[in-house]
Design a binder for this molecule. Structure first.
Ligand code: ZN
Length: 310
């Protein structure tokens, strides 16, 4: 029954400590993710140094379906393009005593998240949508100077209640990859409900898919593609009234067999994590992200963004 069991990231993280290498955590850690709170203060660029920079909203959305097939670049061209930083967050809340050290990589305290967003704004970054990223990768369409894509996985309620108001201050729009089994769940670990997901979509954020119950894509067989990919896609589309074109791999894990399946099922891009290169044949189905670590200062985030994507 494991395949039907809810395995949220943090549960998987806890399991990973027990199951050795067999079960990889929701996210692979970047090399600098162990940086601890010692650098968590006083490293944000000084506001007066950067006040001259301006933050602009994500430009009007691009409909990727209007891009003709013969205008889409080949894999080698897409791989050769300068990569856009894509940041992945999970929970945005203050740490509890019960949060393990490893869990804290995936739980960013509220002030640290504010510092991250302030750093992006002060440094002149513009948050772009996956539609914009897709247009850039496929056609070379122009992006704003210093683009960044901000993503959240799983659909935790604190993303809506805590992170979005902080991003609103900077007019940052984000992408939310939702594990549909948990929509509307309440309790100790609450998740966004349908109304909140619709609200995000209405406000210009992007809702993407993250499977039904966080089942590892590499293990799909039989009805798994329907249950984990097709049905969640349809559910999210019915909630938001918008097509669901983007996917994030649970645990960041994928294999070559999954890539054409995802493309066939309507995903224009799928997001992995930083531990692998882009697939040489289907780079759009293996777009890289980094976990913006819960223990990273704003300065560490900036250093890792530049280091990982430039
Ligand atoms: Zn996840």
């Amino acid at each position: 029954m494991l395949t039907r069991q809810l395995i949220p990231c943090l549960t998987a993280l806890a399991l990973s400590a027990l199951v050795s290498t067999g079960l990889i955590s929701c996210q692979s850690k970047g090399s600098d993710s162990s940086e601890t709170a010692k650098t968590a203060t006083a490293e944000t660029p000084k506001a007066e140094e950067t006040a001259k920079t301006t933050t602009t909203a994500t430009s009007a959305s691009i409909d990727p379906t209007t891009i003709p097939a013969n205008k889409i670049a080949d894999a080698a061209t897409i791989i050769a393009r300068k990569q856009v930083p894509v940041l992945c967050y999970h929970q945005v809340r203050d740490w509890r005593a019960s949060d393990s050290k490893s869990a804290r990589d995936y739980i960013i305290p509220v002030q640290a998240f504010k510092d991250h967003m302030q750093m992006l704004a002060d440094s002149g970054y513009t948050a772009i949508s996956p539609d914009q990223l897709y247009a850039y990768l496929t056609t070379g369409a122009t992006l704003p100077k210093k683009p960044v894509m901000i993503a959240f996985d799983d659909g935790n309620l604190d993303q809506y209640e805590t992170a979005v108001p902080i991003m609103d201050k900077h007019n940052f729009k984000a992408s939310f990859f939702i594990m549909t089994v948990a929509i509307g769940r309440r309790g100790k670990q609450p998740y966004m409900d349908k109304t909140q997901l619709k609200d995000l979509a209405d406000r210009g954020h992007t809702i993407g898919a993250h499977t039904w119950d966080h089942h590892n894509v590499k293990k799909y067989q039989g009805d798994d593609w329907k249950i984990q990919i097709d049905e969640p896609n349809a559910k999210l589309a019915s909630i938001t009234g918008k097509p669901v074109r983007y996917f994030a791999y649970p645990f960041g894990l994928w294999n070559e067999a999954a890539l054409p399946e995802l493309q066939k099922r309507g995903y224009l891009m799928s997001f992995a994590l930083s531990d692998k290169k882009l697939d040489p044949n289907m780079p759009l189905q293996t777009v890289r992200r980094i976990i913006a670590g819960g223990q990273w200062s704003a300065k560490t985030l900036h250093r890792n963004m530049v280091g990982s994507f430039d």
